[in-house]
Design a protein around this ligand. Sequence first.
Ligand SMILES: Cc1cc2nc3c(=O)[nH]c(=O)nc-3n(C[C@H](O)[C@H](O)[C@H](O)COP(=O)(O)OP(=O)(O)OC[C@H]3O[C@@H](n4cnc5c(N)ncnc54)[C@H](O)[C@@H]3O)c2cc1C
Length: 534
Amino acid sequence: MTTFSSLLLILSYICNLPHLANAFFPPIPSIGSPILTKGGAVAYHRQTTLLRQSSSDSESSNTKQPHIVILGGGFGGINTALTLPTLPWSDKCIQPKITLIDKSERFVFLPLLYELCVEDASIDEVAPTFKSLLRDGKLPTFPGLSNLSGLIGASSANDDTDEISFIRAKVEGIDVNNQQVVVSHQSSNNVETIQYDALVIATGAEISLDGVPGASELALPFYTVEQCLELKRRLALLDSYLEKRARNGDETPVNIVVIGGGYSGVELALNLVDRLGNRDDNVHVTLVHRGKQVLQCATEHNRNTGIDRLKSAGVNVITSTSIVEVTPLDKDQGNRCLVKLQCLNNSTENGITSLDTSLLLWTAGATPTSSQNKGIRNSILSRDIMGRILTSPTLNVPEYPTVFAVGDCSRPKKEPYPGTAQVAIQMATVAAWNIYATLVNNNAKSGESLKLLPFTYLSLGEMITLGRNDATISTLGGIELSGAGASWLRRLIYAVRMPTDRQRLSAAVDGTTRKLARGALEAGQRKSKPVDWK
Ligand SMILES: Cc1cc2nc3c(=O)[nH]c(=O)nc-3n(C[C@H](O)[C@H](O)[C@H](O)COP(=O)(O)OP(=O)(O)OC[C@H]3O[C@@H](n4cnc5c(N)ncnc54)[C@H](O)[C@@H]3O)c2cc1C
């Protein structure tokens, strides 16, 4: 793909013009006319009005409404749920009932967790409630005016998403032989069994701290919205501690240690430095990574830019090193601990060093079956060593063809796909089609034999935040950007990737307003800087 077509592709995302973007995607065979959904994934022309009018005969002959249950409402789950009602059900099979189950009441746009942490985005932008998203999904969209309904906040007579109901509950087990899932309701402690005709497992991953003694008690993982809010709270406490310390003339160093030098670790470390600001109070951020180099999986441009920014921000980067133990230090100082590090190039006892740490943050080791999520492990489905469900390329489990897995908890081929939102969103559309095809094929009266589609992944590129006003981007087709412009573009592209029109609009407005406000503030600060007459 040329640079020009890449630019067009990015523009099409920004301007939310799916037909333009569609010109750059290989059409999926045998579904009719594929288009890009406004979320950016491939979907199919909305034929519901026509099909509904012509479908009353077939509806009367097929009486059982199929029940599709989706476990987990992250990128994979919510996009599967929102794509399913857009498929042409009613001429082949009764429009299904769709139930989305999540233990949280909020969908979390994980790539924007840093912004939430450093107060550069609101909770409703980063983590809207499922209730609001599903309500938004009902609003009508008009070609070229897709945000209008969100803008005016109109309610609609269009019932397309009435088929999706949301249950806030934790999945405790999956009984594939009896086609049922067991969930527990946190509010009442009640356990419920829910029957399904097709199941989508999209429960993502979470950080496991099980491997390192002391870590689960003393480290704070950075993966969920709750953990992000806890970090925000601890940073506020740190602010007041530092103020008090400065008043007392205390200059003991304060160490913040981030474990993991992948995308998340680097992004978190740089956003923390930005959040802490230029201060002379002896606060240090250290990034510890097992591999030889941070951002090993990133493009060369992004890796080099990231490494460069870590250097200029003064982050102490320690590579080829793993954590062997975390021990508590001072009960009066909350989570202050000693982090024992082992240099992997040195197997002797001398290779161990210790870091006195005030705040230990963990970004490495995400797995679909962490100890917090035993319920997801609780099934006979085959998994790989990381806990990902082994599926066929069509995203369903060979022995249980009505059970699908998408996103971080799915492994459809030998070489695993990266655990990214991009992969989960693209999988969601293919899974939605394949569920449709499976249910239509299982419906003897439909007389259809639809082909299931294998999942293929198209990487559109990657974006990394390097602070509140800095980012680096490498796109498909070779466009490479960094700096404030890249930061703004990243925010806009993420706004377009939100699951519904209203959320897209509010994220775009919120993100742009904050960027403009920050720009104005920084310009004001530059102007009011005293002149150095020396
Ligand atoms: C801080 C951070 C930054 C990231 N940045 C990027 C990025 O810039 N670009 C990118 O492409 N990817 C990024 N990722 C990765 C990306 O967010 C994930 O790959 C993506 O979210 C996977 O989607 P998913 O649907 O598989 O799972 P998730 O989006 O994690 O959703 C899983 C859902 O399942 C629910 N769930 C889990 N267990 C249960 C249970 N037992 N019962 C009920 N519900 C359950 C959870 O509450 C959650 O809502 C980032 C991840 C993190 C943590």
